[in-house]
Design a protein around this ligand. Sequence first.
Ligand code: ZN
Length: 166
Amino acid sequence: MTENNQKPNDQEDVSLYEKIIGRTEELFDSGRKNLDEALKKAGEDLASAGNFTREQADKISTYVKRDIEHAIENAGKARENLKEAVAPGRVAAGAQSFFSRILTSTAETFSEWARKSEQQLEFKTGEITSPGTLTCKNCMEEIHMRKTAKIPPCPKCHQTLFRKSY
Ligand SMILES: [Zn+2]
């Protein structure tokens, strides 16, 4: 078990991830956009605000989309484990609240993003992801992510591929 440590220069990507989630949730909740449209518009809004490039927004949006798809797949299964991750007092606005919503929802709520593929979603070193437990595919070491962060290499074997649970 290893706590995840963030370098300061990872903060910009993490911040963008949180902003994209926040904006996606707002747009989705407005009822005028489905998840795909909301995510696309969120990236466009943030890039046109000028603090981030289009490329950054596109890259981070792919992580957001993967994490939402993964959360939808795990919706309902995760309720018990989720209590720790989203305990009162630790719930922040943004990514954590949106993911806890998805994870405790009935699957149908977000069914438009339910994946048809049986293939497991991949989590790799250097990508940003929401809170959860990452397990190294090589040595099974666990990394407990308590907030949105950049995925480090495995602290034990230095490999870079993980699966995720909550
Ligand atoms: Zn490992």
